[in-house]
Design a protein around this ligand. Structure first.
Ligand code: PHE
Length: 480
C-alpha cells in the first residue's frame, strides 16, 4: 500500500485517481436520480440548466474541494481545522458529515432495491410480464417493508467491508475495472430504447427545451442534481483529494470526472425516456421507482435480454458501491482522524447510525407511509434536505473559503503543482544546465495562470452569488 508523506494511505496510479473520483461521482445519481428528476422537472429545459450549473458551478466547486483536500491532507472537518485553525470554518466539515449521513440513509434504500433487482433478474422474474405487471412487481416490493430493509442492510454492510479494507486496496481496485462496462451496457440499452416503436417522443422530451416549465423550484432542483451527481458540497472529494499525490493535475481531473459524469447521466436519459414513451408512460409519472419500472421492459425487448438485465443491475449496484464508499469514508475518516477512534470501530459506528436513519427511508412506503410534509414522504424529505439544501450550502461555503480565506499562493500552488514542479524544473536545470528550462517554465506558468484567473473569478464572485440567488429565489425571499 502506498503511503503518503505523513504515513497516510493514498492512491497510486493516475488512472486510479480519476477512476476513484469518477467512481464516487458516477452512481445512482446519474442512472436512478437523473432520469426521474428530469421527468418531474419538464425535460429539455431542465437538462440545459443542469448542464450550465455543472460547467459554471460544479466544476469550480469540485476543483475547490480538490485544492482544500490535497493542501490539508485531512478529512473534511480536519482540513478546515488545519488550514483555518481557531475559526468557524470547520463547521463546513460538520455540515458535510451531516449530509453524508443523510445521503447514506436514502442512497442505501435505492441501492438495496438495485440488489433485489439483481436477484429478480437472475431468477428471470420478468419473463413474459407486460408493462403493468412489471410496475406492480416493483410496487409490491417497494411497499413490502421487510424485504427492501434486508437488502438495504446488506448494501450498508458491503459498503463497510470495502471502506474497512482501506483506500487503495478497497476503493481504487474496484473503481478501476468495472465502470467502462457499465458505459457499454448503457449504450446498448439506449440503442434498443430509441429503436422501439413510438420512442421518438422521449428524445424530444429530453432534448427540446420548453422553458415554460421552469420555475424557482426547478432551478434549485437542477442545482441539487448537479451537486449530488458530482459528489460535491459535503467533503467527499476533499477526503479523496487528501489521498491524491502531489503530481495529480487537479483541474484536468475535475474536468474529466465532470464530463464523464454528465455523459453517463445523459446516456441514462436516452435509455429511459424513449422507452417510457414507447410504453405509453408519462415522464412525470415514475418517481424514485422509475428505472425499476421501465428498464425490465427494455431488457425483455432485447436479444440476450436476460444477460443484459443481470449485468446491468450488477454493475449499477457496483456503481452505487463506489459512490457509497466515498460517502461513508467522509464519516469514517472524520471519526478516526479527529476523534482518534480506530478505523474498525469508526466504521461500525457509522454502519449502525446510518442503518438506523436509513430504515426510516426504506419504510417510507410501508410502515411510515403518509408520514411527511406536503406530498413528500420521509425519503423525499431527506433527499431534498441533502441534495437541495446541504450540498449547495456546503458548496457555497467551500468556494468562499478557497476564494476569500485561503492564501492565494497556496491555492495557486495546488492548481499549478508549482510547489513540486518548481523543484523539478530547478533540478533538471541544475543537472543539465539546459538553456530552455527557463523558457519552458514560463510557458507552463502562462497556461496555468489563465485558468487560474477564470477559476478565481468564478469562486470569488460568480459561484457564491449564483448559489445564493438560487436559494433565496427558491424560498421566496427574492423573485427573479
Ligand atoms: N455522486 C453520487 C452519485 O451520483 C452520489 C454522491 C453524492 C456521492 C454525494 C458522494 C457524495 O451516485
Amino acid at each position: 500500500m502506498a503511503l503518503g508523506s505523513e504515513g497516510r494511505d493514498g492512491f497510486t496510479s493516475r488512472f486510479g485517481i480519476v477512476c476513484a473520483a469518477a467512481g464516487s461521482a458516477i452512481g445512482l445519481g446519474n442512472i436512478w436520480r437523473f432520469p426521474y428528476v428530469v421527468g418531474e422537472s419538464g425535460g429539455g429545459a431542465f437538462l440545459l440548466i443542469y448542464l450550465a450549473f455543472v460547467l459554471m458551478l460544479g466544476i469550480p466547486v469540485m476543483l475547490s474541494e480538490f485544492v482544500i483536500g490535497r493542501k490539508a491532507k485531512r478529512n473534511a472537518y480536519g482540513a478546515f481545522r488545519k488550514i483555518a485553525p481557531g475559526t468557524w470554518w470547520p463547521l463546513v466539515g460538520v455540515i458535510g458529515i451531516v449530509a453524508a449521513f443523510v445521503i447514506l440513509a436514502f442512497y442505501s434504500t435505492i441501492a438495496g432495491w438495485t440488489l433485489h433487482y439483481v436477484y429478480l433478474s437472475v431468477a428471470n422474474s420478468f419473463k413474459g410480464l407486460g408493462a403493468l405487471e412489471v410496475t406492480s412487481v416493483f410496487e409490491a416490493f417497494q411497499t413490502s417493508g421487510g424485504l427492501p430493509l434486508m437488502w438495504q442492510m446488506i448494501f450498508i454492510l458491503l459498503t463497510a467491508v470495502i471502506v474497512l479494507s482501506g483506500v487503495k486496496k478497497g476503493i481504487e481496485k474496484y473503481s478501476k475495472i468495472l465502470m467502462p462496462f457499465l458505459v457499454l451496457l448503457l449504450i446498448s440499452l439506449s440503442v434498443r430504447a430509441i429503436t422501439l416503436p413510438g420512442s421518438m417522443g422521449g428524445l424530444h422530451f429530453l432534448f427540446n427545451p420548453d422553458f415554460s416549465k421552469i420555475n424557482a423550484a426547478v432551478i434549485l432542483g437542477a442545482l441539487g442534481q448537479a451537486f449530488f451527481s458530482l459528489s460535491i458540497g459535503m467533503g467527499a472529494l476533499i477526503t479523496y483529494a487528501s489521498y491524491f499525490p502531489d503530481r495529480t493535475n487537479l483541474s484536468a481531473t475535475s474536468f474529466q470526472v465532470s464530463i464523464a459524469d454528465v455523459l453517463i447521466a445523459i446516456l441514462a436519459g436516452v435509455a429511459i425516456f424513449p422507452a417510457m414513451f414507447a410504453l405509453g408512460m408519462q415522464p412525470e409519472e415514475g418517481g424514485p421507482g422509475l428505472i425499476f419500472m421501465v428498464l425490465p421492459n427494455v431488457f425483455q425487448a432485447m436479444p440476450g435480454g436476460y444477460l443484459v438485465a443481470v449485468a446491468f443491475f450488477v454493475l449499477l449496484a457496483i456503481a452505487a458501491l463506489t459512490s457509497s464508499i466515498s460517502i461513508m469514508e467522509v464519516v469514517v475518516a472524520f471519526l478516526s482522524e479527529e476523534l482518534n477512534i480506530k478505523r474498525k470501530s469508526a466504521t461500525l459506528i457509522t454502519v449502525i447510525a446510518s442503518a438506523f436513519v436509513g430504515m426510516f427511508c426504506t419504510l417510507s412506503w410501508s410502515t411510515f407511509e403518509g408520514v411527511g410534509i406536503g406530498d413528500r414522504n420521509i425519503f423525499d424529505l431527506l433527499d431534498f434536505t441533502a441534495s437541495n439544501v446541504l450540498l449547495p450550502l456546503g458548496g457555497l461555503l467551500i468556494v468562499v473559503f478557497v476564494g476569500w480565506y485561503m492564501k492565494q499562493q497556496a491555492v495557486r500552488d495546488e492548481l499549478t503543482n508549482m510547489g513540486v514542479l518548481k523543484l523539478v524544473v530547478f533540478m533538471i536545470g541544475w543537472y543539465t544546465k539546459d538553456e530552455r528550462t527557463e523558457e519552458d517554465r514560463a510557458r507552463f506558468r502562462a497556461i496555468r495562470i489563465r485558468i487560474y484567473a477564470v477559476f478565481m473569478f468564478i469562486v470569488r464572485f460568480i459561484a457564491p452569488i449564483a448559489i445564493a440567488i438560487i436559494f433565496l429565489n427558491a424560498i421566496g425571499l427574492i423573485r427573479i
